[in-house]
Design a protein around this ligand. Structure first.
Ligand code: ATP
Ligand code: MG
Length: 242
């Protein structure tokens, strides 16, 4: 699913997200080796969307690593299995380590410099174990309350991003936000650190929850400036008419 796409900004190798409407917003996919924040309100689908990207790529033999800081490995697999009943290759892909689901304990990551290095080393070991090309880190929101303050948090996120960059992987890093204070909450963490930002929002419209997705920025690429609605079904994400 990696292919050359020639646009105004030159030829960029892209990783398809495997979600058609999202690829359309991205003019084909995420430029390879970009470090992308997937920001969204609670329950908007950050976990399911990021997992689907890995699943679609695993189906074309692109190995990946899903690092869960939030949920246990078992609980994550249960959730994915429950939500995506049509993902029939799921168990095989996990068993064969095409998708390496790795649970990392972050609770002591900030107790010392060595502890943080050990935390990063744990991630790297998991990423290298199957030669991952795509990495999901779900979520950095988990790190905020255990970091001393915003500066320590921001610095640690930056270290993680630079580490992924050095490994040469494309990464999706999820972060929980609240749409009403979204700009401030993203601003806190220095969006310049990320090559791209994809945002999921939820909104009450006539008593129903409506979900929308937009690409805020994507380095080394053009992208569409639309916020199409999406839905999540047992077959995955559908992004409508981008
Ligand atoms: N088993 C399921 N069956 C049907 N819908 C599900 C299932 N699991 C999740 N969903 C739907 O998908 C939505 C998104 O779930 P997901 O866990 O990906 O969101 P999230 O943004 O990661 O949330 P959080 O902020 O809790 O991390 C849920 O709010 C729910 O409506
Ligand atoms: Mg989640």
């Amino acid at each position: 699913m990696t292919f050359e796409y020639v646009s105004g900004d030159g030829s960029v190798r892209r990783i398809s997200t495997g979600i058609m409407g999202l690829d359309a917003l991205l003019y084909g996919g995420i430029p390879q080796r970009n470090q992308v924040m997937l920001a969204g309100d609670a329950g908007t689908g950050k976990t399911l969307m990021s997992f689907e990207m890995l699943y679609r790529n695993a189906n074309v033999n692109i190995p990946s690593c899903y690092i869960t800081l939030e949920e246990s490995r078992g609980s994550l697999i249960e959730n994915i299995r429950g939500a995506y009943t049509y993902f029939t290759d799921l168990d095989d892909l996990i068993q064969n380590n095409v998708i390496n689901i790795h649970e990392e304990q972050a609770i002591n990551a900030f107790s010392s410099r060595e502890a943080f290095q050990a935390f990063v080393a744990g991630l790297n070991k998991a990423i290298k174990s199957n030669n991952s090309q795509i990495v999901v880190l779900d979520s950095i929101t988990t790190l905020r309350p255990i970091a001393e303050d915003d500066r320590v948090f921001t610095r640690s996120v930056n270290t993680l991003i630079e580490n992924f960059r050095n490994l040469g992987v494309t990464s999706i890093i999820t972060m929980e936000t609240q749409s009403d204070i979204m700009d401030e909450s993203i601003g806190l963490f220095g969006t310049f650190m990320f090559d791209g930002i994809i945002k999921l929002t939820s909104e009450q419209v006539k008593g129903n929850t409506q979900y929308n997705v937009s690409v805020i920025k994507m380095r080394r690429s053009n992208h569409r400036r639309a916020s199409p609605p999406y839905e999540i079904t047992s077959k995955g994400f559908t992004v409508f008419n981008p």
